[in-house]
Design a protein around this ligand. Structure first.
Ligand code: AKG
Ligand code: FE2
Length: 284
């Protein structure tokens, strides 16, 4: 039996076990980076994105890292294919590296604990995703949104309307509201920060896998608070060598498979290439 289509906009996690100090520390140490002169920041391969081509370019800065052991071992793993590579860290900021990796590992552990819940919701064995998430393909972004003041222009936003590429995103946000989620009636709903909670948005890998039984969350962020806003999404995907193809339980005569099978790493790589096509510098 095809599981019924999940009608939700976004999820919130509470009692998730991640101490608030961890994301706060990552942001505090990250602020040192955001305060550097532009030329210094560009040395660290800062990415400039425009996720929604209708817009004028996203008004945020992001520092992005992939999997890396906490003890300083390299981030290069076998099987990552096109997504393999080492993190580029800012020079002379060892505290940022430690704080970002501390939060990365805590959020990654939480992500691994969520997969069995998704499996059960899809009438699959609890451990269905275990062998597909052995080398968690998680990307963490520490984001800074400068305040947007002046004339309101819907094409000038912190991050334009989009869906995330991976299975789901665990999003920490500071106390400044900016995130909006599109509901099933096509209305933007403010996903206001609730202390101690994390937002979970569903992403395109899961949508492809479930043949849109789990739909990706369309979201955007606009910082009109007048102060700087920080957030840290952790995009949690499957191992990069896993083929994403519609689960048999999500395909039926009335619901034929909508997407071609694709390797997870190739899929994420192609989506990143489109988003950062305008980038002044790109990661090696
Ligand atoms: O900053 C936020 O609240 C959202 C960030 C986001 O959607 C993204 O980086 O994909
Ligand atoms: Fe997003």
């Amino acid at each position: 039996m095809t599981p019924s289509v999940l009608q939700l906009t976004t999820l919130r996690l509470q009692n998730h076990g991640i101490p608030e100090e961890l994301p706060l520390k990552a942001v505090e140490k990250g602020k040192v980076f955001w305060d550097l002169p532009e030329s210094k920041k560009l040395e660290s391969a800062l990415l400039s994105s425009n996720i929604d081509p209708v817009n004028r370019g996203d008004l945020h800065e992001g520092y992005e890292i992939g999997w890396e052991e906490k003890n300083g071992n390299s981030g290069v793993r076998e099987g990552d294919g096109a997504m393999s590579g080492q993190n580029v860290w800012p020079a002379d900021m060892p505290d940022f590296r430690v704080a970002a990796l501390d939060y990365y590992h805590a959020a990654m552990k939480l992500g691994q604990a969520l997969f069995p819940l998704f499996a059960l919701a899809l009438n699959l064995p609890e451990d269905f995703f275990d062998d597909k998430t052995t080398k968690p393909a998680a990307i963490l972004r520490v984001l800074h949104y400068p305040p947007q003041t002046g004339v309101v222009d819907d094409r000038a936003v912190g991050i334009g309307a989009h869906t995330d590429f991976e299975c789901f995103t665990i999003l920490w946000q500071d106390e400044n509201p900016a995130l909006q989620v599109l509901n099933n009636q096509g209305k933007w709903i403010n996903a206001i920060p609730i202390p101690g909670t994390l937002v979970v948005n569903l992403g395109d890998q899961l949508a492809r896998w479930t043949n849109d039984v789990f739909k990706s969350t369309v979201h955007r962020a606009i910082n009109r608070t007048g102060v700087r806003r920080y957030s840290i999404p952790l995009f949690f995907g499957t191992d990069y060598d896993v083929t994403l193809e519609a689960l048999p339980s999500c395909v039926s005569e009335d619901r034929p498979a909508k997407y071609e099978p694709v390797k997870a790493g190739d899929y994420v790589q192609s989506r990143l290439a489109t988003t950062y096509a305008h980038s002044v510098t790109t990661k090696a």
